[in-house]
Structure formats: C-alpha cells, structure tokens
Design a protein around this ligand. Structure first.
Ligand code: SAH
Ligand code: SF4
Length: 452
C-alpha cells in the first residue's frame, strides 16, 4: 500500500463489521509508521460510535469524521496538518443530506468493465428506534433530499450512460420532501403507512412522499431500470405499490425486511407490526404485482427468542417464499433500547443453528423460483464479463437474479459482438443452479421494447 491519505469508510451495525475495521486500523497504523501511508482517517458510523476508544487505541490516527462531517474533511485535514494533532468531528446534523453533492459516475459492479449502475442517496438517518438497532444513534434523525436535486443527480448519471439507478436510504421508502409546498403543481399529502403498521414516533403531515418521487424518476427515464433499498415494510403504502405496478422500469424485486415471524419477538424488537400484518402486505403486493420477487432480512436469536418463536419465523419464510434472505445472528449494540432493557440470552451456538436452519429453508424457495424461470424470456441488464471465461457475460433480470449468458450470436441475428456490458438483452433461460440462471441471448432489447 502506498498513499498520501487513506480513509476507512465504516459501518457499525453488527460487531463483525467493526472487528474488520479494527484489524484495518492496525494495518494502517503500521503503514504510517513505515512511511507507506502519510495520513489515515476513520469515517462513518463506527467513527461516531467509538471515537474515544479509537483515539486511545490508535493514537497516530489523523482524522475521525462521523457520517455528517464529510463537508468538513478539508478543514479537518488542514487542522491536522497545522497542529499535528488528531482532528475529530462526529457531530450529527438535523439537516445534512449532501443534497448538492454530485459525485462522478462510479460503477459499483465487481468488474471494471461494468458502468451500468449508480446509487443515488435520497434519505439519511432513521426515526424508527427498533430496539436492537444502532442506526438511529449513529446516523441521527431521518431527513430527505429535495425531489429536484434527486432528479438532477439521476439525470447526471443517465446522461453518462448508466442504465440502472438504485435509490438509497436507511429507510428509503420513508422518503418525504418537506420543502414540497414550494413545488408548483404538486399537492401536499398526509403521511400514510401501510395498513396494519404503526410507528413509535409521531407521524408528520405534509410534504411529498416516496410514491411521487418514484413516479417522477420512472417517468423521466423509461429505459432505465430503477431499484431502491433498504425499504421498511410499513412504508409500502397502496400508492407506492400502485406506482411500482404501473411502471415497467421499476424492478419487480422488492426487499421487505421482516426480522422475525414471532409476534412476541416483533413486539420486543419494536417493529410496529405483527406477522399477520406483514403477510397481508405480502398478499397485497403479490396481487398488485404478479410474480414480484420478495427478499428479506432476519435476525436470529434476539433477546428472549424461544424455539417456538423461531418456528414462527420458519413458518413465515415458508409462507412467503423469499428469493433472497439475509440472515444475521443477533449482535448486541450499545446505546440501543435492547442494550439497556433486554438480556442477550440466546447462546451463540443456538443463534448459529437457527441461522443455518433459516438459510437452508429459504434456499428451497429460492431454488424453486430459479427453476420456474427455465423456459421463460427475461430482460437482462448486462453487468460484466465473467471472470471464469471471456465467452460468458453476466447480468440481472428484474427480480435481481444473476444470469450467466453465453456470448453467442443472438437468435434474431443482431450479432454477438453487438452485445456488451450496459445492454439490455432479451434472453431465454435454459437452466439454473441454486444461485444462478443460465441464459441464451435472443435479441438486444430495451425496457420499453421488451414490455411493449
Ligand atoms: N432499515 C431496514 C434495515 C436496515 S439495517 C429495516 O429496518 O428494515 C440492515 C439489517 O441489519 C437489518 O434489517 C437487520 O436484519 C440487521 N441488523 C440490524 N441491527 C442488528 C443487530 N444488532 N444484530 C444483528 N443484525 C442486525
Ligand atoms: Fe434500524 Fe431499520 Fe429499525 Fe431504522 S428501521 S432502527 S435502520 S432496523
């Protein structure tokens, strides 16, 4: 490693993530001592959470900046250079959204050949206070950017050739632009939740919600695929569902973190819904958006989780039939409600056993969904060239299933040399494994042409 400055961007959500960063910090400490790195700093949630401990354990660190401090980084570096002391800013802000910061187009894909997708951050922070979660403490209150600047940033990426936009936020569908009354021609809406869901915090009124934003982005770019993450189930209102159903360019693969299938656990987690309310939302979504893939997050071994609670979660997984489930062993975080009021009493080996069982169960439905695509035609966005063979491309369908594609002539004769990263391709699915689909190109296509 050879660098003038290295910044570590961090997450504090689980202990595992933090352990990795401690390891990296030690590495950077050594690199600075040897002269390979001149300065290094720690950014993000872990900086906010552990500033004192980091200063104690890694005293040669130059800069510590919390999630709302990035505009001040030049100043922090200047202070550090002038004084030779650590420069720290971990203050949380009520209004920082980095609204006017346009970044360069940076592909997030794992290969350098891909320039297909761009993330656009639309909200920051979270007001939900789920009892296990550190996000509201490290990221602060929820705030949204204005619709205008989001549309401008999306256009910036699309003009640069990006074919997929991923809207981002801790609770992306809680999005609400409260400056909206200044926008001509748009009516104010009351904040609504999905039926059967509630919040611990008092709901505000006014502003423009996620349904309007999503509709505007989708209408502005009918040939760009739109995804969003991470949503909260409570904000899948009928209006949001209707907008997703109406636009062919909004991907029909939704993340709906359930966390648990047990009402008692959900209550202790302070999630604001019951298993029945969640299942009824899934039903409404599947009725309005036929074939919609649903994904979820689960936490295993939360405080007081019994075997019977775990069975309820298995039952939920079985009933919904997820395409992807991200399953985590509960990890106690300081400053959370659970840390103060509940006991982390499920042994680690039980957490892991439940995690394994859930993993195995959801993979059955995942495999079934993969098998169900065999023989169908799917619209793929080509993301890259396979590392294993230059004769193979890979891309994703609407549900976000990964498809490996032979690089051979399209059936309609438009030619293999014409298919490239960033293209939409109409492909026939000819096989699958538990994690990947296998496809053959039929024709180059576009979202509007494919769904015409
Ligand atoms: N806002 C989204 C989730 C964002 S956090 C939602 O509430 O639905 C990403 C995931 O990390 C969560 O869904 C949860 O499953 C997991 N997670 C959060 N805190 C955790 C903890 N203390 N231990 C284990 N997993 C946790
Ligand atoms: Fe954390 Fe998500 Fe709950 Fe917010 S809604 S507190 S980010 S789990």
């Amino acid at each position: 490693m050879q660098a003038d400055i290295v910044f570590l961007m961090t997450c504090a959500i689980r202990e595992n993530a933090e352990n990795k960063v401690w390891h990296k910090l030690r590495e950077l400490e050594r690199a600075k001592r040897s002269g390979a790195v001149k300065k290094f700093g720690l950014l993000g949630c872990m900086a906010e959470r552990l500033k004192t401990k980091v200063l104690e354990e890694v005293p040669t660190i130059d800069v510590i900046g919390g999630p709302d401090s990035y505009r001040h980084l030049p100043k922090l570096l200047a202070v550090n250079s002038l004084t030779g002391q650590n420069a720290v800013n971990v203050l949380l802000s009520l209004d920082e959204t980095y609204d006017d910061v346009l970044t360069d187009v940076h592909p997030h894909s794992s290969t350098i050949t891909s320039r297909t997708s761009a993330y656009v951050s639309i909200t920051r922070g979270c007001n939900n206070l789920c009892s296990y979660c550190i996000v509201p403490h490290t990221r602060g209150r929820e705030r949204s950017r204005s619709i205008e600047t989001i549309l401008k940033e999306v256009r910036h990426y699309v003009d640069a050739g990006v074919r997929e936009i991923i809207l981002l936020g801790q609770n992306v569908n809680s999005y609400r632009d409260f400056g909206g009354d200044q926008v001509e021609g748009k009516e104010q809406q009351q904040v609504k939740l999905a039926a059967g869901f509630r919040t611990l915090y008092k709901l505000k009124s006014g502003g423009i919600g996620f349904d309007v934003l999503l509709d505007e982005v989708a209408r502005a770019h009918p040939d760009v695929r739109i995804r969003f993450t991470s949503p909260h189930p409570k904000d899948f209102t009928d209006e949001v569902i209707e907008v997703i159903a109406r636009h062919p360019n909004i991907a029909k693969g939704l993340h709906m973190p359930a966390q648990s299938g047990s009402d008692a656990v959900l209550e202790r987690m302070r999630r604001g819904y019951t298993k029945a309310a969640y299942l009824s939302l899934v039903e409404r979504i599947r009725a309005a958006i036929p074939g919609c893939a649903i994904n979820s997050d689960f936490i295993c071994g939360f405080c007081g989780e019994t075997d019977a609670d775990h069975q309820e979660t298995l039952d939920l997984v079985e009933r919904v039939g997820y395409l992807v489930a991200y399953i985590f062993a509960y990890s106690m975080r300081e400053r959370t409600h659970a840390h103060y009021h509940l006991v982390d009493d499920v042994p680690q080996e039980v957490k892991i056993a439940r995690l394994t069982e859930l993993n195995q169960l959801y993979r059955l439905s995942s495999l079934r969904m993969n098998q169900a695509t065999v023989g169908t035609r799917q619209l793929l966005l080509i993301e890259g060239v396979s590392k294993k063979s230059p004769d193979q491309l890979y891309g994703r369908n609407e549900a976000n299933q990964k498809v490996v594609l032979t690089r051979r002539a399209t059936e309609d004769g438009s030619g293999d040399d014409l298919i490239d990263v960033g293209d939409f391709v109409d492909a026939r699915i000819v096989g699958c494994t538990s994690v990947t689909l296998l496809g053959e190109p039929v024709a180059k296509s576009s979202i509007t042409a494919f769904y015409a």
